[in-house]
Ligand binder design. Structure first.
Ligand SMILES: Nc1ncnc2c1ncn2[C@@H]1O[C@H](COP(=O)(O)OP(=O)(O)OP(=O)(O)O)[C@@H](O)[C@H]1O
Ligand SMILES: [Mg+2]
Length: 371
C-alpha cells in the first residue's frame, strides 16, 4: 500500500527542532505496538533530517533478537559503505521500509519479543562499534549523524544486554555535538525501565517524548483517496468511529481500508472483519483463558479507571474468586498483568491498560446471552 502513507512532515520537523534547542541530544518516542513509529521514522523523520544538516542512520535492535548489537554494527557498516555513493540515504531507507512492512505481516509480532538465547556483546565488538561510529562521523563531514534506533525496549528485556546499554550511553555521551539519537520502542513497561529508572544508563540522558496518534487529517486523507482512486464513498465520521474502535492503530486501519477496497463492503462490515482479525492475531481467547479470575477483575477495574486496592474491589475478589481480597494478592495480580504486557506502570501506583481490545473482548463475553 505504497501510495497510502500519510506524511507527517510537521511532526518530523518539530522533533528535529528540539535538537536545535539544545535541551538534549537524545530523545525517545514511546507508543504502543502498531502505532506507526517505524514508518514515521523511515518515511518522515529520516528524509526530513536528510534535507537538513543530518545524516540519518536507522538500526533495529530486533535485526538479531539474540544479539541486538549486530543490528547496530550492520547499520553503521552499511552507512559507511554507502557514504561515497550518490543517493545512498534514500536507497538505504527504501530497503528498510520494505523490510519493516514485510515484518509487520509476520505472526507473533504483536507481543514484545524476548531473546531465547541472549548473547552478551564482546569487548572486541564494543570497540569495533565505537570505531564504526568514529569513522561515520568523520565521513559525515559537516553533517551530524542522527542515529535512529528502533525496538530499543529490547535492551531492558535481558541483563545480558546491560553491557551494550552502558556502552551505547557512553558512546553517545562523548559525541553529543556530533551524534544525535532518537530511540523508538513499544512496551511502556520496558521503555519505562530503560528511561525512567534511576539505575538505568539512559535515565536523564534521553528525554522521553510522546508520539501522538494520527488525527482527523489522516482520516480525511483516507476518505479522499478512497473516493478519488477507488470511487468509494465513506464519510470521515464513519472512518473516525472505526479508527477509535481500532485504538487509533494505523496498521489495523489500513487492514480496514484494504477490506473496503477489495470486498467493497460497508465500513461496518469491514470493521467487524478487522475486529476478528485482531482477536485472532492477539489471541484474546487464549489470553482470556489464561487469566486468573482475580486478574480479570483487576484488569477490568483498571479499564474503568478504578483504584485496584479499593475496598469494593477487595470485597468482590473475596466473594467471587478463590483468593483472599487482600493487598498482597492484588499486588501479585498487578505483577502478573504487567508481565503479560496487559498493563504497564508508568509511575509508582499508576497503571495504564495496554490492551483495550482485550477489555472489549472480555466485556462482550460477560454480557448475558439473550435467548
Ligand atoms: N502515516 C501513515 N500513513 C498510513 N499508514 C500508516 C502510517 N503509519 C503507519 N501506517 C500503517 O501502519 C503499519 C504499522 O506501522 P509501523 O510498523 O510503523 O508501526 P510500529 O508502531 O512501528 O509498530 P511495532 O510497534 O509493531 O513496531 C504500517 O505498515 C502501515 O500500514
Ligand atoms: Mg516498529
Amino acid at each position: 500500500m505504497d501510495g497510502w502513507h500519510f506524511p507527517r512532515t510537521d511532526l518530523a520537523n518539530h522533533y528535529l527542532s528540539l535538537f536545535d534547542l539544545g535541551i538534549s541530544s537524545s530523545f525517545a518516542l514511546i507508543a504502543p505496538r502498531r502505532k506507526g513509529k517505524t514508518l514515521f521514522i523511515l518515511r518522515d523523520l529520516a528524509p526530513a533530517a536528510n534535507k537538513k544538516k543530518y545524516l540519518p542512520v536507522y538500526a533495529s535492535l530486533w535485526s538479531n533478537i539474540n544479539a541486538p548489537h549486530e543490528g547496530l554494527i550492520q547499520a553503521l557498516e552499511e552507512a559507511i559503505a554507502a557514504q561515497d555513493k550518490k543517493g545512498f540515504v534514500s536507497r538505504l531507507l527504501q530497503a528498510k521500509i520494505k523490510k519493516a512492512t514485510l515484518s509487520n505481516e509476520l505472526l507473533g509480532r504483536m507481543e514484545v519479543e524476548f531473546a531465547g538465547n541472549p548473547e552478551k556483546v564482546s569487548s572486541k565488538e564494543l570497540t569495533y562499534l565505537d570505531q564504526l561510529l568514529t569513522t561515520l562521523t568523520e565521513k559525515a563531514g559537516k553533517k551530524t549523524v542522527l542515529l535512529l534506533i528502533d525496538e530499543v525496549q529490547h535492551l531492558s528485556t535481558s541483563p545480558a544486554f546491560d553491557p551494550l546499554t552502558h556502552a551505547l550511553r557512553t558512546m553517545l555521551d562523548k559525541r553529543q555535538g556530533q551524534v544525535k539519537s532518537m530511540f523508538t520502542g513499544s512496551s511502556r513497561h520496558y521503555m519505562n525501565l530503560l528511561f525512567n529508572e534511576s539505575q538505568s544508563p539512559f535515565y536523564h540522558f534521553s528525554q522521553p517524548l510522546p508520539f501522538p496518534d494520527l488525527d482527523r487529517d489522516f482520516l480525511t486523507f483516507l476518505q479522499e483517496k478512497l473516493a478519488s482512486d477507488h470511487h468509494l464513498t465513506v464519510s470521515v465520521a464513519e472512518l473516525s468511529r472505526s479508527f477509535s474502535q481500532l485504538d487509533q492503530s494505523p496498521y489495523w486501519m489500513m487492514k480496514l481500508i484494504t477490506r473496503l477496497v477489495t470486498a467493497r463492503t460497508s465500513c461496518k462490515e469491514a470493521l467487524e472483519y478487522v475486529t476478528h482479525l485482531i482477536e485472532a492475531a492477539e489471541d484474546y481467547e487464549g489470553l482470556a483463558k489464561q487469566m486468573k479470575p482475580a486478574d480479570r477483575l483487576i484488569f477490568l477495574a483498571l479499564c474503568d479507571g478504578k483504584n485496584p486496592f479499593s475496598q469494593t474491589l477487595l470485597q468482590r475478589i473475596d466473594q467471587q474468586t478463590s483468593v483472599k481480597g487482600v493487598a498482597s494478592n492484588i499486588q501479585r495480580s498487578l505483577q502478573r498483568l504487567q508481565e503479560q504486557q496487559l498493563i504497564s506502570q508508568p509511575k509508582k501506583g499508576e497503571y495504564q491498560v495496554e490492551k483495550s481490545g482485550l477489555e472489549r473482548f472480555l466485556r462482550t463475553r460477560e454480557k448475558p446471552k439473550s435467548k
